[in-house]
Design a protein around this ligand. Structure first.
Ligand code: PLP
Length: 389
């Protein structure tokens, strides 16, 4: 079956964060939104049908997750990541951001230090600051259009850190950390007894040749690693608040679940579980077609920018549908760049400094949308940039 990713779907007035808070966020409703990390493609029909089928049952009472919830995850990890996960390693979370916050509360105390690698997904900063923990920044190194890790600095900071939050693949710079890099990070964390939270929410969205390597798959006996996963990015299900953690170490799992249960957020919701199972049971073909479409959008973006807006540099993502754009050549300060993009180009991107100071001079664009609309957005940007050449 051929899926249609070109189809335009009107999301306005559906309480969509991406569309319906534009005025509040950008100060202007009339911006073409390419910001929030969800997709403008339909959630696949086989998932919607499963949700509708369950919705037709007339009672939406208290629910639990059956065996097929776990077996669908186990099968997916085997099929997509060649990784054998066991049922009793899997825990629930109503979202990865809530889960990271719960893990911070469970495994650190106020004043303790947590290491992150900016520019990085902004809720990592809040998960630390909001609970009065301290941020340690191991800024990624940006050289010749690529981001790498400064291990010397990482190790210095790891000496003081209680936890390291890894973003793998990395949002916003699109790096898919390879075996050498992961092994190096693991070694350092082991040496200094640093616990690792590995956020792998984007791990199904691989655009390059290299496969995703689950961090946990590299450890024989992981004592202090939690990995965070969800079908939400892959299948456009973020509004269903259903994700999961993989925690092979029993003691750690019990500690996490004590907090999850004490907050009474372990139940989740009926439709999220139905959607997760269906996605993982039947979603491979759809995902392959999605990846082809995203690759073609990425190529379109790169070609367009290279030809028409060479002032902007595209950081080639190995994974995710989020692309990090370098605007430094324009020599505009961050505040003016943000204003320029909203007011002159009338498109809504994520502002680089939102991902930490290391994001200065950059913007993040979401390319999970029909190519025709991506083209419209890029033309708006080109037109605006022409006025300041
Ligand atoms: C790295 C990363 N983690 C987590 C999330 C969001 O997770 P959730 O919606 O499950 O809280 C995102 C969404 O953009 C993300 O990029």
């Amino acid at each position: 079956m051929k899926y249609d990713f070109d189809k335009h779907i009107d999301r306005e007035n559906t309480n969509s964060v991406k569309y319906d808070i534009r005025e509040e966020y950008f100060g202007k409703k009339d911006v073409l939104p390419l910001w929030v990390a969800d997709m403008d493609f339909e959630t696949p029909e086989f998932i919607r049908e499963a949700v509708i089928k369950r919705a037709k049952h007339p009672i939406y009472g208290y629910t639990l997750r059956g065996d097929s919830f776990y077996s669908s995850i186990i099968d997916w990890m085997r099929k997509r990541h060649d990784w054998k996960v066991e049922k009793d390693w899997i825990s629930f979370a109503p979202g990865i951001v809530p889960a990271i916050n719960m893990a911070v509360l469970s495994f650190t105390k106020p004043g303790e230090k947590i290491l992150i690698q900016p520019p990085v997904y902004h809720p990592f900063f809040y998960a630390i600051k909001d609970h009065k923990r301290e941020i340690l920044e191991n800024n990624l190194v940006y050289e010749k259009g690529k981001y790498t890790i400064d291990y010397k600095d990482f190790e210095e900071k790891a000496k003081e850190a209680k936890v390291f939050i890894l973003c793998h693949p990395h949002n916003p710079v699109g790096r898919l950390w390879n075996k050498e890099e992961l092994t190096q990070l693991l070694k350092i964390c082991r040496r200094h007894e640093v616990m690792i939270f590995s956020d792998e929410i984007h791990s199904d969205l691989i655009l390059g040749e290299n496969p995703h390597i689950p961090l946990l798959s590299l450890e024989e006996e992981p004592t202090n690693i939690i990995s965070f996963y969800a079908p939400s990015k892959t299948f456009n299900l973020a509004g269903l608040s259903t994700s999961f953690l993989i925690i092979p170490n029993k003691k750690i799992k019990i500690i996490y679940e004590e907090l999850l249960n004490s907050l009474h957020v372990n139940m989740g919701n009926i439709f999220g579980a139905v959607a997760l199972e269906k996605a993982y049971e039947e979603g491979e073909e759809w995902l392959e077609q999605l990846l082809d479409y995203l690759k073609s959008n990425l190529k379109f973006l790169k070609d367009f920018i290279e030809k028409n807006i060479p002032e902007i540099k595209v950081i080639n993502p190995e994974a995710t549908y989020l692309v990090w754009l370098d605007f430094n050549q324009l020599n505009i300060c961050d505040e003016d760049l943000r204003k320029f993009i909203i007011e002159k180009a009338e498109i809504g991107l994520n502002d680089g400094p939102g991902f930490g100071k290391a994001g200065s001079g950059f913007q993040r664009i979401n390319i999970a949308l029909p190519q025709l609309i991506l083209e419209q957005a890029l033309k708006k940007l080109e037109k605006a940039i022409k006025t300041i050449r």
